[in-house]
Design a protein around this ligand. Structure first.
Ligand code: ADP
Ligand code: 5GP
Length: 207
């Protein structure tokens, strides 16, 4: 039986550790592909075009929307972010589990298009620790950190739309939990429709 890829959405408040977790997941386990998003946000020091994001001007981004080149897009803290369609569909067809590290509005749009998408939400151990991580990362100004903390409070209202939450306290434990949840998700009837139908047909033939 050919393994079918699952579309996995990893959301969570800015600074919760999504980027760190996903990087480790890809390093430690096989079978995953990471979708690189397009954004109009300016690169942070050390970020490279085509590695963390495809950094686009607003006009270029709007052209991608018009061409239907994005599975979803959203506006987050005054910038556009979106998921390029072609890469995701190709990797899924090849049986890879494709990870989208995206915020909640985008997650809900994907869920409408892909009924078997798996929605995971990364939580910090506490709000105080979230702020410490955002400040400690040292990539945003105080003003941007304040905006992202406000946005976290809004996003917290939507957590029930997700299938699972994971708490990123000890990094290694959290990476293992993510992988275990994804492994289990491969075994639900919804994600094995074809196999189940085939067995049913065979059983009819054996009567
Ligand atoms: P996000 O992608 O969710 O915005 P990052 O992966 O950039 O978050 O992590 C935010 C900061 O928190 C980074 O400085 C990272 O090194 C740190 N961090 C991530 N996970 C942990 C953890 N389990 N314990 C302590 N610090 C962490
Ligand atoms: P950051 O600026 O910290 O890299 O990302 C800000 C937020 O945008 C994060 O919550 C991140 O998950 C989200 N994000 C990144 N790429 C995408 C995308 O393609 N679509 C959507 N909807 N959100 C994204």
């Amino acid at each position: 039986m050919k393994r079918k890829g699952i579309l996995i959405i990893v959301s969570g408040f800015s600074g919760a550790g999504k980027g760190t977790l996903v990087k480790k997941l890809l390093e430690e386990y096989d079978g995953y592909a990471l979708s690189i998003s397009a954004t109009t946000r300016k690169p942070r020091p050390g970020e490279e075009d085509g590695r963390e994001y495809f950094f686009l001007e607003k006009e270029q981004f709007e052209r991608r929307i018009a061409e239907d080149g994005l599975i979803e897009y959203a506006c987050y803290c005054e910038n556009y972010y979106g998921t390029p369609r072609e890469y995701v569909e190709r990797q899924l067809a090849e049986g890879k589990d494709v990870i989208l590290e995206i915020e909640i509005q985008g997650a809900l749009k994907v869920k409408k298009q892909y009924e078997d998408a798996l929605l995971l939400f990364v939580m910090p151990p506490s709000a105080g620790e979230l702020k410490r991580r955002l400040v400690g990362r040292g990539t945003e100004t105080g003003e941007v950190i304040a905006k992202r903390m406000c946005r976290a409070a809004e996003e917290a209202e939507g957590i029930e739309a997700y299938d699972y939450i994971v708490v990123n306290d000890d990094l290694q434990t959290c990476v293992r939990q993510l992988h275990e949840i994804i492994t289990a998700a491969h075994h639900t009837p919804l994600r094995n429709k074809e196999f189940i139908e085939n067995i049913r047909t065979e059983l009819e033939g054996e009567k």
